[in-house]
Ligand binder design. Structure first.
Ligand code: CDT
Length: 315
């Protein structure tokens, strides 16, 4: 019997700065209903799903940015989303800006079970961008100003009959993200993203290049850890700033089994057999047999690149 989980990657089209949480939650509920009609049992929404991608906007007063954060989850505006998911019997995952009671700011995502209970939380670890307004860039990316790095690591949870992990946007570009979860036997990684289609520091990089790097990272993470990866975009033009789409599901052999080609609200539904992760985990990526951790020390000893370790032969 395959261990099937029918996943809906629920892409959101653009959310403008003026759009309210209430409007966005209504759109997310419409996607839940669409996903349910197509047989999904688990719906994955993007990073910072409830608002525009606000790290592009500079607030001199840090506290002004608190308008984009959720002080509780669920809160008054998100409760209808939880209620509808529970009524439909759907599990879900989505990203949001988290403001803790102690005043800490994280770029977070959660797993919610079919009963509407939050059973897992992840806080984004790899924060791209910068802290101060940067006049050299064509647009700002102020995640390092508005968030602190996640403090929860990359745990894997038993969920929906399998082993699930989360990552958020820039995390997908780092092999360590997947490997730490791979070492816990992860069978499905769900991640959302908001990725500008222009590189603010290089006019030579095209939107096609950026999509290529996105696919490359997600497919490599899936293949090298023999896991499903569900990658979900917020896409389209937000107040003049374009985010690429490319919502996709990658199988444990690294192949893309489905991809959205538009930039609007929509679902990509695929029945994922978690047992398909077994072959790779038992053969080429059987970590217990093939990894050589005695040679991997630099991975945790060094953050940035340092002096080469090679010595001339015979020296
Ligand atoms: N949201 C997010 O992490 N976006 C980044 C953009 C990188 S450019 C500073 C990404 O890696 O897709």
């Amino acid at each position: 019997m395959p261990r099937l989980i029918t996943v809906a990657a629920a892409q959101l089209g653009p959310i403008q700065r003026a759009d309210s949480r209430k409007q966005v939650v209504a759109r997310m509920i419409a996607l839940l209903e669409k996903a349910k009609a197509q047989g999904a049992t688990f719906v994955v929404f993007p990073e910072l799903a409830l608002t525009t991608f606000f790290p592009r906007w500079y607030h001199e007063e840090r506290a002004e940015a608190d308008q984009w954060f959720e002080r509780s989850m669920p809160g008054p505006e998100t409760q209808p989303l939880f209620d509808r998911a529970r009524e439909l019997g759907l599990a879900m995952s989505f990203g949001y800006a988290e403001l803790t009671p102690e005043g800490r700011h994280f770029n977070s995502s959660i797993l919610v079970d079919r009963g509407g209970r939050i059973v897992a939380k992840y806080r984004k670890i790899h924060l791209p961008g910068h802290v101060e307004f940067d006049t050299e860039r064509t647009h700002q990316h102020l995640e390092k100003r508005y968030f602190e790095p996640g403090d929860l690591g990359f745990p894997v949870w038993e969920f929906e009959g399998g082993l699930f992990g989360m990552a958020i946007c820039n995390d997908r570009r780092w092999p360590e993200t997947y490997r730490v979860m791979g070492l816990q036997g992860v069978e499905m990684v769900v991640l959302g993203y908001n990725t500008p289609s222009a590189n603010s520091q290089s006019p030579n990089e095209t939107a096609a290049d950026r999509l290529f790097h996105h696919r490359l990272s997600v497919q490599a993470g899936a293949y090298q850890n023999s896991t499903w990866v569900v990658a979900v975009a917020k896409a389209g033009t937000e107040d003049g700033h374009h985010l690429f789409g490319g919502t996709l599901i990658a199988a444990p052999d690294g192949k893309i089994v489905g991809e959205l080609t538009h930039e609007e609200d929509g679902v990509l539904v695929h029945p994922c057999d978690l047992d398909e992760t077994r072959f790779g985990k038992a053969t080429i990526f059987d970590f217990a047999r093939h990894r050589r951790v005695e040679h991997y020390g630099l991975i945790t000893e060094r953050t940035g690149a340092g002096a080469p370790l090679g010595k001339p032969e015979g020296a």
